[in-house]
Design a protein around this ligand. Structure first.
Ligand SMILES: [Zn+2]
Length: 480
């Protein structure tokens, strides 16, 4: 994995797209040479972080009483067709398996683009009584969608990693409460990771196929485009009727359940971390998520190598609670610094003869340009420094995001400001009748939705597109 050159010189804010692809290549996150469009190879550095993200989210779900299951990757066509709106929305994106060996299959099998249908099939068998409810199951898996737009690793791809959590409830109230709980999980995870976002209720014309309404967390990437993170869908009873998911209530009356689904995106969360935290030297990873948290770089003078390495190992032993690497490779210290900065290692320790003779270490934090001297007995301060780095990444991201939200009341202003990020505008309606106004700004962007929970309604404002009285504030943006 050392075969590709490490040089790295692109400005993140001037040319985000090129910066992003360079980081993925040079930091050995993704190898895009597998040669099926939209399918990528995730390298060890990526898989370490992705596994961590899975585990953070799974813990969040399990705390809220979700149970893990695993469903088949294939969904038979007849099952998929049971909910009409759903199949209409997803049909163009499904990969179909039609043959096995020399045999043509009797029915087409789709590679799951999402698993509502598979979950609901099983829920129709598992749920009998109100005592079984709420039922909350999730799976951690890849899903497959035939993206026709330009693909980009971790951002827009044909196979991506996510979690899907599906719940069944005895009442509308219980299902709506689940939507709230899902947004709380999202909030907790992103506050922990430091990824800034806003919740939007999607407009009627942009909700999930088959849902009553959808709530999504959107962030922004450095090019000012909206980046959708997890979404939660209130599916009401449509799927329950299509799949005959029923239960007997306390009075032995048979009723349809109310369903929700929630999709934490693992690939996209990593993409947001890379894009928002990274700088022109490469990745910057939070202390708890970095595959290597501390790298020790020996800088021996002639004849000192053995003793310096001994001292490096002594340091490593004292840091046995952390993921530490001593870089003994045969390149210059400068090249080592560049490589580990590129890969986003939070803490670097430099060890030369002065450090060795004085029982000291020279420590550099990935997000700062100065260095600190520590006595060997103060080595536990490394933990503090790592945590300070994580907090600083969060703070920088939060401040940056705050500048990405603006306000406009007319089309000219909107056109100018939308290049920067979200623009709040008064708008005629988030229901079907607002769609034609959304169509009219298609050239410059789209409508992310209304804030969730709701903010105050506009008073005496007009929709800048149709001139009608504005019923809501919506947020317009350019989008991935
Ligand atoms: Zn309008």
């Amino acid at each position: 994995m050392e075969s590709r050159e490490k040089e790295f010189k692109v400005d993140k804010f001037k040319n985000f797209s090129e910066w992003y692809l360079k980081v993925l290549e040079k930091a050995e996150i993704i190898d895009d040479r597998y040669d099926i469009k939209g399918f990528y190879v995730h390298m060890p550095w990526a898989m370490f972080v992705l596994d961590k993200l899975y585990s953070i989210w799974e813990k969040g779900l399990e705390k809220k009483n979700h149970q893990k299951i695993s469903l088949p990757i294939l969904i038979p066509e007849d099952l998929f067709k049971k909910e009409k709106e759903h199949v209409k929305g997803f049909n163009p994106e499904i990969f179909w398996v039609t043959e096995a060996g020399d045999n043509k299959l009797e029915r087409r099998l789709g590679l799951r683009p999402t698993s509502e249908t598979a979950f609901h099939k099983m829920y129709s068998l598992w749920i009998r009584s109100y005592k079984d409810l709420p039922m909350r199951c999730y799976q951690s898996c890849s899903v497959f969608r035939y993206e026709t737009k330009m693909t980009k690793p971790l951002i827009r791809l044909r196979e991506f990693m996510w979690i899907e959590a599906h719940t069944a409830h005895p009442s509308k109230e219980s299902a709506l409460n689940q939507i709230k709980e899902d947004t709380e999980i999202t909030k907790k995870v992103y506050e922990y990771l430091g990824i800034p976002f806003m919740f939007f209720k999607r407009p009627e014309w942009d909700k999930f196929s088959g849902a009553d309404f959808s709530v999504a967390a959107d962030s922004i990437l450095p090019d000012g485009k909206r980046f959708q993170l997890p979404s939660t869908h209130y599916l009401s009873q449509e799927f329950a009727k299509a799949f005959d998911v029923t239960f007997e209530d306390e009075n032995e009356e048979k009723k349809h359940v109310y369903l929700t689904s929630y999709g934490p995106p693992i690939s996209r969360t990593f993409a947001a971390m890379i894009s928002i935290f990274g700088d022109n030297k490469g990745l910057r990873l939070p202390f708890n998520l970095a595959p290597i948290q501390v790298v020790i770089v020996p800088i021996p003078k002639e004849g000192e190598k053995e003793n310096i390495l001994k001292y490096c190992n002594k340091i490593k032993e004292k840091l046995s609670n952390y993921r530490v690497k001593i870089d003994e490779s045969e390149v210059t210290p400068g090249e080592k610094f560049n490589l580990w900065e590129l890969k986003g290692v939070p803490i670097r320790i430099e060890v030369g003869s002065r450090e060795m003779n004085n029982n000291e270490l020279t420590v550099a934090r990935r997000d700062k340009s100065d260095r600190t001297k520590l006595k060997l007995e103060e080595i536990e301060k490394i933990k503090e420094m790592g945590e300070e780095l994580s907090e600083n990444l969060k703070k920088e991201a939060k401040e940056w995001f705050a500048e990405k939200i603006d306000y406009a009341e007319n089309l000219d202003e909107l056109k100018k400001k939308i290049k920067n990020g979200f623009v709040k505008i008064p708008f005629c309606s988030r229901d079907k009748e607002g769609e034609s106004c959304a169509e009219r700004i298609k050239e410059i962007g789209e409508i992310a939705g209304t804030l969730y929970p709701e903010e105050e309604k506009p008073k005496g404002k007009r929709c800048p597109l149709c001139g009608k009285e504005a019923k809501v504030y919506v947020y317009a943006c350019r989008s991935y």
